[in-house]
Design a protein around this ligand. Sequence first.
Ligand SMILES: *Cc1c(COP(=O)(O)O)cnc(C)c1O
Length: 474
Amino acid sequence: MPDDPQPRRTPPSVDALLRSPALAEAIRTHGATHATDAVRAVVEAARASWTSGGAVDDATLVARAAAWLAARDVRRARRVFNCTGTTLHTNLGRAPLAESAIAAAVDAMRHPLALEYDLASGGRGDRDDLVEALVIELTGCEAATIVNNNAAAVLLALDTLAGAAVRGTRREVVVSRGELIEIGGAFRVPDIMRRAGCKLVEVGTTNRTHARDYVDAIGPKTALVMKAHASNYTIEGFVASVGEAELATLAHAATLPLMIDLGAGALVALEDHGLPHEPTVRETIAAGADVVTFSGDKLLGGPQAGIIAGRRELIARMKKNPLKRCLRCDKATLAALEATLALYREPERLRERLTTLRWLTRSRDEIRATAAALLPAFASRLDGVATVDIEDCASQIGSGAQPVDRLPSAALVIRPLAVRGGGRVLAAIESGLRALPVPIIGRTAKGGLWLDLRTVEEPEALLASWAAFVLQRT
Ligand SMILES: *Cc1c(COP(=O)(O)O)cnc(C)c1O
């Protein structure tokens, strides 16, 4: 009996424990199977105590079973507050979706959807039809196809345009040495080329590539000229590269297509919103690119997706490639992407509705106001342990967009009072923040913990989580 104060010296029967009133609540909440797993696990874990002559009472076992169940029920997909200063943080899920995109995704998940069904004719449709017309309208391309992410877009495009070997000889793709990029998570241009079955021909040098380098490298085996947008680094100083328009002219003179991996995929002139310029898909296509690939969840502000926009006949070949079937998106993604793209039809309301753009364009004053709303609760809770101040900082766009430019922002900066052992105090505060119901993820720098508040639009929600803060002293 769990209420028996007498500690047991032998393991109880699992069934007997499960019948105890103290477990009734757990069984109601978690179900009998789940509760049985818990009791088995805690009895098993305590077996060593009994073997060595120790004692464990039933109440302890019941409490451990409840804790075991609670721990197992914690979701791995947890919402967090991104206070890292990297606005579109790849490890924290990149772009937040706009409300209309969320609603569209939920609807698509809940109900049957005209996904590959033409409502006009009643015949079979193509899932790309959900968004293709919008991509054409917003970028000026002739056709488009959508895949799971931009890495998949590059793979599909390369495989289609340059993948098939001719009489045992791999076809060549010409790329500047300055653009052999690696994106986090092991996306490397040379590796993708190998996977797509084409041969990479590097031209120029790391810092300088000229038109004649491309011309010299183009031969009978060349299938494609490729340019990759250097999205997560810059090369400065004695540099030269060939612009899109010149490269397009040069490729077309050799009757080759030009493919540009744009990465970030801006659909509007960001400078109109006070942000650094990022090449837009429209201007890249207007410059003569035959195929442009970009991400849905970077600057575009939509769900994870890879968009391939370009010339009709090239896109048609990609749609027929069996790889497309392996790389296609699900219905919720396509519904969210359609709703996101539709927002771009009203540029004057874009900032208000597209969460990504709203975050990126928040002014320092606005962010400072958020910091001021949070300061008292943080300062009083950390009184005697650390100081809390509001300081200016600089956020990054993130996700490989504009690696150098910074956005003026503001942060709560937590600095331990004690000079000795300060590092440990800071680590304890950080882990306390990670243990909150909605974890708060910051960044340590210059002896302090910086909480950049650019992405925190609702200070009340953050305060509600902060209320559960516990400082674990080590
Ligand atoms: C981000 C990026 C990729 C990879 O895109 P994902 O959507 O993460 O798959 C490829 N190329 C460039 C230039 C990028 O910036």
